[in-house]
Design a protein. Structure first.
Length: 395
């Protein structure tokens, strides 16, 4: 079954977009939905929109839509805030669940913000916790009965190397540790069964494969049997059981609603809700098969044309997510040269050229043409120009 839905995206003519793993493109339905939220709701109804237009329910309603893409049951995912905030919420709750343990385990393939948040939380608590960061290959061996929480990103943001969610979660539970998964590079890219693996928490962003737009709100999943007992460290007004009672004492809302913090970003949630319509009828197994097929073509074509590039991603497709990365000494400049030629990927220090594969709007012709342009840039040394060598703020 084809999952190609190019006509549902507003992509610039001639552009080959291989960066949906960083920021997804604009789905065509989003602009009209955002305009309606701005003029037809905010403009026409003002504060009445909270009731008339159902703004207060958006975090839960959109959360259920995201939940369908990560194998989460209805009522277990809620939207809001940033991924960093959601990491903080999940980890703080996990540490409260294991007060007699002091180790947070992660790996050096985790996205830096997750590690920063963990370090900041530990320092703030001052309860003798420590953050152990190990190589991805030894995570399983490092999960011992000293560990309070295992906090990992399933798909490595640099190389696409993918952890085995089921096996690692089972090992964490075998020693009594709490499991937290960051699904930022998984949701909408690979099949996920977060309920099936019984992980306690999962978090993720929605501006990558879910195409929610820059700054789109993050999500948090709490395993349903725990949702009424976890204690939010960030006890926000909208996580209160009765926000408009204006009690001076905090009482957590039932279920995952207690993980709400501040006022929901209504315009961005409206955009995300419209963007998620693209997924109606998409079977994740078919999408994964198409993604692997595109990635395999890309690896074969690039390696045949550009021997100077070294594959940084796992060669075995079952061990990588929906991206392919190559190492190249002059990777930053080469990527700028590609972007100037409308082949859009991105760069991760120190030498990684990163390309994402989203079969919703990419086909084999796009992939082969991209490889041809990469060959022109690399073999022709077209990257060796001052404008490509100058580092910009965002890479």
């Amino acid at each position: 079954m084809s999952v190609l839905r190019k006509e549902m995206f507003d992509l610039p003519a001639g552009m080959i977009y291989l960066d949906g793993n960083s920021l997804g493109p604009l789905p065509r339905a989003v602009a009209a939905r955002v305009a309606q939220a701005i003029t037809g709701e905010w403009g026409a109804h003002l504060i009445k929109g909270w009731n008339v237009d159902g703004w207060m329910a958006l975090p839960s309603r959109v959360g259920d839509a995201v939940g369908q893409l990560i194998g989460a049951p209805a009522g277990s995912v809620v939207m809001g805030d940033t991924l960093s905030i959601k990491v903080y919420q999940a980890l703080s709750a996990a540490l409260q669940m294991r007060p007699d343990r002091k180790v947070v385990l992660s790996d050096n393939g985790n996205f830096p913000t997750d590690l920063y948040m963990a370090d900041g939380l530990i320092r703030h608590l001052s309860h003798g916790h420590r953050l152990d960061v190990v190589d991805p290959e030894v995570v399983m061996d490092a999960i011992t009965d000293e560990v309070a929480a295992v906090m990992l990103t399933q798909v490595d943001y640099r190389t696409g190397r993918m952890h085995d969610i089921a096996a690692i979660t089972a090992k964490a539970h075998a020693v009594g540790a709490v499991m937290i998964w960051d699904l930022a590079h998984s949701a909408g890219a690979v099949p996920v069964d977060i309920a099936g693996c019984h992980a306690e928490f999962a978090v993720g962003c929605t501006y990558k494969y879910l195409n929610g737009g820059p700054g789109a709100p993050a999500f948090i999943y709490v395993r349903p049997d725990l949702a009424d007992s976890v204690q939010p460290a960030l006890a926000g007004w909208l996580g209160h059981a009765a926000p408009f009672a204006f009690d001076l004492d905090y009482r957590p809302a039932p279920g995952v609603e207690r993980m709400r913090v501040g006022t929901p970003p209504v315009i961005q949630l409206a955009a995300l809700e419209a963007a998620l319509e693209v997924w109606e009828g998409v079977e994740m197994g078919a999408l994964r098969a198409a993604s692997i097929a595109l990635s395999e073509v890309f690896i074969r074509e690039v390696e045949a044309r550009c021997p100077e590039l070294t594959l940084a991603s796992p060669r075995d497709a079952s061990l990588r997510g929906s991206q392919v990365s190559f190492r190249f000494e002059h990777g930053y400049a080469a990527m700028q040269a590609l972007i100037a030629r409308d082949v859009i990927g991105d760069f991760r220090a120190p030498d990684t050229m990163r390309f994402g594969f989203t079969p919703l709007y990419l086909d084999e012709g796009d992939v082969v043409r991209a490889a041809e342009i990469i060959e022109e840039v690399i073999c022709g040394r077209l990257w060796h120009r001052p404008e490509y060598l100058a580092r910009q703020r965002v890479t």
